[in-house]
Ligand binder design. Structure first.
Ligand code: FRU
Length: 471
């Protein structure tokens, strides 16, 4: 299976979570959990790539290497424009990475992690802070994934991090000295699992500010998915309080293959990238040379769901005009490169099928009651993990979230299929491994299906990804 064109992969070998997402020094930066020596998860480094538009990435030298505090687990980035940390030199604002130092297992077999800093004045070379860790372990295992942002009303840096079965909130005036402010959880979810990769940010709906807390909760094999749950509430600089409760957990994505998401710092819109994989079988996916990919950049917004509650929608950031090779009504032919389909179903019921000459086929249908079903059981290689024998990993069904139907966007790039249904109120991320590209398109019950084709693109590599190897 070829690499995706416009979705970020590691320059070689393994990647999982997106880290340190930020717009800084005139470009977008995405760091990623990376094992540069093997296509399987291993001692974590931070890979680094930059982009002018979130689609065309250039690989930069590896930013963080393991050190005496441990390997470098997930975290975030901020621009310390006021030089609160003192790590700047009064010139360009300093870019600070806040990451988890993951030590060897303790005698009880658990990992007692801590949070560390690294900084850069040029956005390319990174120095570890010599007082690391800045948030030492407090006796809790699985204490990780700091997401930091500046909270203007309380003039403070806020860090949300996962602390085993809850999210802990910390505050700091300078990114170096932190105090614990509050916890959210563990009784807040019905989904069992270790909490990972929290993110907290405000979004507006009808002139009102709502705070959204995202948390990843591992895999849920019974329902055939990775879990990214979201909570909507208030945040006063000290404590997140959930305002909207729902009988069932609210998930960001209804597919099997999205996990460990993070949003960008320093952008006007709230833009998210996720690890487009399921941790249960990510390491078994049938690829060579690379393993793991990030999702399309997704623009987040709030809408009112069927119960009138604020809920989270996601749509792909529009493709830049010069990536689009052709854009017109869809025919029965699909290009072998990355593409996107756009349509608004005239009636509830429709069917859409992608297939190839090998007889492999991916089918999507909506029933008259707008029940969406996506079936990848005949889509290609589905034998690389025993989990894929379970029906819930083969076929997904999703109920409507809105009273009125909306616009649909479907994208395919390499193995990554992303479906944004009804204006992004239902999103499914699903990996498919056909033995040859899908080149045939068949649909019933749809009109005015628009096909956007992308120019083929290969992610440029850093001259030497190991250039800044730490000694
Ligand atoms: C989520 C996660 C994080 C951790 C990282 C390690 O996928 O388990 O909690 O920091 O991956 O690679």
């Amino acid at each position: 299976m070829k690499r995706p064109n416009y979705r970020l992969t590691a320059w070689q070998n393994w990647t999982n979570d997106p880290n340190g997402l930020i717009y800084a020094c005139g470009r977008y930066h995405a760091f990623y959990q990376h094992h540069p020596y093997d296509p399987r998860w291993g001692p974590m480094h931070w890979g680094h790539a930059t982009s002018p538009d979130l689609y065309r990435w250039t690989q930069q030298p590896i930013a963080l290497y393991p050190d005496e505090n441990g390997t470098c687990f997930s975290g975030s980035a901020v621009l310390d424009s006021a030089n609160t940390s003192g790590l700047g030199d009064g010139g360009n604002p300093v870019l600070v990475l806040i990451y988890t130092s993951h030590p060897e297992a303790a005698a009880d077999g658990r990992h007692y992690e801590a949070q560390s800093l690294a900084w850069s004045r040029d956005g390319e070379t990174f120095m570890k802070y010599n007082g690391n860790p800045v948030i030492p372990n407090n006796g809790v295992p699985d204490f990780r994934d700091p997401k930091v942002f500046w909270h203007a009303p309380s003039a403070s840096w806020i860090c949300v991090l996962a602390a085993f079965d809850r999210v802990a909130v910390y505050r700091s005036p300078n990114l170096i000295d932190w105090t614990h402010a509050s916890d959210f959880g563990p009784g807040e979810t019905t989904i069992p699992g270790v909490w990972e990769c929290p993110d907290l940010f405000p979004l507006e709906l009808d002139g009102e500010t709502h705070w959204v807390l995202l948390v990843s909760l591992g895999t849920d094999n019974a329902h055939g998915r990775g879990v990214v749950e979201y909570f909507i509430g208030d945040f006063d600089g000290q404590r997140f309080v959930r305002r909207v409760s729902t009988p069932v957990p609210r998930l960001l994505d209804q597919g099997s293959d999205l996990y460990a998401v993070q949003t960008f710092a320093n952008t006007e819109d709230r833009i998210l990238l996720g690890w487009a994989a399921n941790p249960g079988y990510a390491g078994d996916t049938p690829t060579t040379g690379f393993c793991g990919q990030l999702s399309a950049p997704r623009l987040l917004s709030l809408y009112r769901d069927l119960n009138g509650q604020p809920a989270l929608a996601a749509r792909p950031v529009p493709l830049p005009a010069d990536i689009i090779a052709a854009n017109g009504p869809a025919t029965t032919e699909l290009p072998a490169t990355a593409w996107q389909l756009d349509f608004t179903p005239p009636d509830a019921a429709f069917r859409l099928e992608l297939s190839n000459d090998a007889g492999e086929c991916l089918s999507l249908a909506q029933s008259p009651t707008r029940l969406l079903s996506l079936d990848r059981s005949q889509s290609g290689n589905m034998s690389y993990s025993p989990l894929l024998e379970l029906p819930q990993f083969r076929r997904r069904e999703v109920e409507p979230r809105t009273a009125a139907p909306g616009h649909w966007q479907i994208t395919l790039d390499g193995p990554l299929l992303e479906i944004y249904a009804d204006d992004g109120s239902r999103v499914l991320t699903q990996l498919v491994y056909p033995s040859q590209p899908y080149t045939k398109l068949r649909f019933e019950g749809l009109r005015n299906v628009n096909l956007t084709t992308c120019h083929p693109y290969e992610i440029p590599q850093a001259a030497d990804p190991f250039l800044f190897r730490e000694s």
